[in-house]
Design a protein around this ligand. Sequence first.
Ligand SMILES: *[C@@H]1O[C@H](CO)[C@@H](O)[C@H](O)[C@H]1NC(C)=O
Ligand SMILES: *[C@@H]1O[C@H](CO)[C@@H](O)[C@H](O)[C@H]1NC(C)=O
Ligand SMILES: *[C@@H]1O[C@H](CO)[C@@H](O)[C@H](O)[C@H]1NC(C)=O
Ligand SMILES: *[C@@H]1O[C@H](CO)[C@@H](O)[C@H](O)[C@H]1NC(C)=O
Ligand SMILES: *[C@@H]1O[C@H](CO)[C@@H](O)[C@H](O)[C@H]1NC(C)=O
Ligand SMILES: *[C@@H]1O[C@H](CO)[C@@H](O)[C@H](O)[C@H]1NC(C)=O
Length: 454
Amino acid sequence: MKKNRNCESGWWVVLLTATLAAPVLGEASAGLFNAKLKQVITSSTLKWNNLKKEAMETYVIGAESPQGPIYLCRARHEGDMLLGQLRPEYTSCAVSGSKSYDVFEVLQNIENASLITWKPWLRFSPKPSGGILVDSSVDSVFIGRAKAESGFSHNIGRIAYDFAIGKLLTFDDKNNEITETQGEILIEVEPVSYKIEDVELDLTTEQVRSSDPEIFGERVLSNVESTAATSTAAIEYEFNYSVSWGHGHGIGIGLNTTIEMADGTIYPQIEWANPFTEKRSKFYNLERYLEPGTACNVTFRGNRTERDVQYTGKLTTYYNDHEPRSRQMRGERTEITLEVEAVYGEIYFIGNNSLVPTTTTTTTTTTTTTTTTAAPTEPTESDKNNIPIEIMQPNQPGEIDSNNLVDSNMDKAQPDKEQNIKNAIVGPLGSKPNDANMRIISLTLFIPVFALLL
Ligand SMILES: *[C@@H]1O[C@H](CO)[C@@H](O)[C@H](O)[C@H]1NC(C)=O
Ligand SMILES: *[C@@H]1O[C@H](CO)[C@@H](O)[C@H](O)[C@H]1NC(C)=O
Ligand SMILES: *[C@@H]1O[C@H](CO)[C@@H](O)[C@H](O)[C@H]1NC(C)=O
Ligand SMILES: *[C@@H]1O[C@H](CO)[C@@H](O)[C@H](O)[C@H]1NC(C)=O
Ligand SMILES: *[C@@H]1O[C@H](CO)[C@@H](O)[C@H](O)[C@H]1NC(C)=O
Ligand SMILES: *[C@@H]1O[C@H](CO)[C@@H](O)[C@H](O)[C@H]1NC(C)=O
């Protein structure tokens, strides 16, 4: 089928084609006249389609007859695409009082998603914005109808403009050809924005793709003090986060869309079909319980991870001069993010680099420290720097990752503020991050063992 060639700008422009899945032979998006742009744009949901009995209830009704509705059809006649009447029996498209065709297309309002109305029309009315074109390559021929005197409710025909003046060419139930100077013209009302709410993810459809983990940095956690302690360091990293809610679904590309999950979470407004992207900054906390004079190498690494998941929701379309309309929809969300983890090496003696004999083996951990029993010792007075824990919490956008600085045991121990906090003892940057930027926070916590024991 012919595709619309002169649709390029504007708001819901260049919709579709690829979007409402499964292109059928003889399917074409309907063209709409945009008066402001003086251009043809493509409807997101109106289609010219081959006749399919099972799709009849989505066909646009042009008139009523005692035998049933009359639908809008079009067929090629001597090279021109003409608007016709698909009358009961529904086997051929009558384009004039004397001519009808078996090869034709019917105007379909998919999912009843488009708001279409018949607007009063006079010969001198300018070409209306949203006027549905019979052939999207001809921006002067529209769909019209006039009240019938007998038989049908209306006589359907084409409104053809010759410069500023139009005429409605039609024929009645007895196939008499008529030219009218007034009647109605079919338009699609332009949406202005959308809201998708009650969005629920269908996790059974989730698909995850990850790149190979990439090493962003290596750190050494060490304990040069005389008491056993939990050594920690925070790594700040940045990445580009993006989420896309799909395209198509009869939603105008580029129109403002807000998305609200069933649990009340509201996502930042997007322009439909464009992904939302932002630079995210997060902290990741490394921590290891270390005996005096020991250290542990840590590798910080991550994956670019893409998750596709289908969702359902209630789509509401807003218009300037009409009530909003709602319908259920199903779409696919694609989220691209960075997933990170810390890989802790074996603990070794700082003095001679030999491994500390231990029962715990190398672990990859995303959780908390393991505390084993050790003799409580009193902190020295000079160690009481008492920098509050909160200093480790970033007060910039970004969140603390799941593994927090202190586990709940420590929290309970905190009130007496016995923990000692020292300046960082941090190893050199192992590798220059490529996909993520990192910065080590210049603080390391030493939490004496007694603080962990209640
Ligand atoms: C389509 O939507 C209109 C307006 O919301 C409604 O009046 C009409 O009944 C709907 N038609 C179908 C077939 O659902
Ligand atoms: C994020 O995206 C911007 C531009 O799209 C790019 O310049 C930057 O390098 C990206 N940052 C990361 C951490 O990937
Ligand atoms: C979309 O929303 C933004 C911000 O709310 C607004 O500035 C812009 O005009 C809106 N665009 C349209 C087409 O309504
Ligand atoms: C720790 O890292 C250093 C280099 O930074 C390396 O020489 C050493 O072998 C590593 N030790 C362990 C136990 O992985
Ligand atoms: C990277 O992706 C793989 C495969 O999906 C996954 O098993 C692994 O846990 C991911 N690694 C990180 C650091 O997220
Ligand atoms: C390394 O040093 C620690 C104490 O600093 C000691 O206990 C250990 O036996 C030493 N290991 C070797 C192999 O020398």
